[in-house]
Write a protein that binds this ligand. Structure first.
Ligand code: ATR
Length: 297
């Protein structure tokens, strides 16, 4: 049996195993499984050993290892280095046939593809990104690469926005950048939530401070996929804005990773169906877990 790992901690309910195993079945890639491999940060050495084992074909990396794992890999793609985060690890044989661990990033592709399938073009767009972590960096690089005109970074921790803005500025000198200018929201074409605010188990939170509203002409993209309709998206939709949920980015980043690992075209529809099904089951489970405490005595 060969394995693809999901490395993260904690992993709890994750959608990727159902999505990737459905794709492996669909493409008849036998004796290969995508499995959760929960490893705390102090187990970095074990993680690298697990990746180097011959039965491991590659991995996805999630919170909290996306940045921490980078110095332990043999190579990084230019994209992973520029974004400053790895979400996919490939194994590539060098000239001597020795397998090297290559850190890549498919979040940027997943993000762009979710826009592309809706015919939303980032060229010349003015974009606000709430957040300044790995997901925000992937979205910002993807947008800058595609010719966005302006990016405004809105993040709780100022130092992180400054650091990301500095890197973007060096790489894309023509891009207009601003930090924490919430008043500019009203003229943005695209507004993205790249924080974890609003994610289960706290679906009643929104990353948007109460005094600001979403312009109705904006496209609003929440990278959170659980719940599918976050408070942020529901409010944006009520204002008349067009909304995109995080499931699409999850599916397309996974599709890209699948293609890199297997060399086969990803069965995107099968992956989306499997991901939606797990997400639905999770909503049911979540509702049941909530129910007892909501009963008034
Ligand atoms: P990811 O790889 O998913 O982007 P991350 O790098 O840990 O994960 O980034 C998480 C993002 O969510 C950050 O922008 C974080 O803000 P800080 O830089 O201030 O930590 C943001 N975030 C998480 N919880 C938040 C909260 N309660 N309020 C505001 N921002 C929050």
């Amino acid at each position: 049996m060969k394995y693809l790992y999901l490395l993260g901690y904690p992993l709890g309910h994750s959608i990727s195993p159902a999505m990737q195993n459905a794709a492996l079945r669909e493409r008849k890639i036998r004796a290969t499984r995508y499995v959760k491999n929960p490893m705390p940060p102090e187990k970095m050495r074990e993680m690298i050993l697990a990746l180097r084992a011959p039965h491991c074909l590659g991995a996805n990396v999630t919170v909290p290892h996306k940045q921490a794992i980078m110095p332990h890999l043999d190579e990084l793609t230019d994209l992973a280095r520029e974004i400053g985060a790895v979400n996919t690890i490939l194994k590539r044989a060098d000239a001597n046939g020795i397998a090297k661990l290559v850190g890549d990033n498919t979040d940027a592709y997943g993000f762009l593809q979710a826009l592309r399938v809706r015919k939303i073009r980032p060229q010349n767009a003015c974009v606000a990104i709430i957040g300044a972590g790995g997901a925000a960096a992937a979205a910002a690089y993807a947008l800058a690469q595609e010719g966005a005109r302006e990016i405004i970074l809105l993040n709780r921790t100022l130092a992180r926005s400054v650091e990301l803005a500095d890197r973007l500025n060096r790489r894309f000198p023509a891009l207009a950048l601003a930090i924490n200018d919430w008043d500019a929201l009203e003229r943005m074409h695209l507004i993205i939530n790249a924080t974890s605010v609003g994610m289960a188990p706290k679906p009643d939170e929104s990353p948007l401070p109460a005094k600001y509203t979403i312009p109705r002409s904006a496209v609003v993209f929440d990278l959170v996929y659980n719940p599918p309709a976050t408070k942020f998206l529901r409010e944006a939709q009520a204002r008349g804005a067009r909304v995109i949920g995080g499931l699409e980015m999850l599916v397309y980043q996974g599709a890209r990773a699948f293609e890199l690992w297997t060399g086969q075209r990803a069965p995107v529809r099968v992956m989306r169906d499997a991901a939606s099904k797990v997400l639905q089951d999770m909503q049911t489970l979540f509702a049941r877990e909530l129910a007892p405490s909501q009963v008034k005595r």
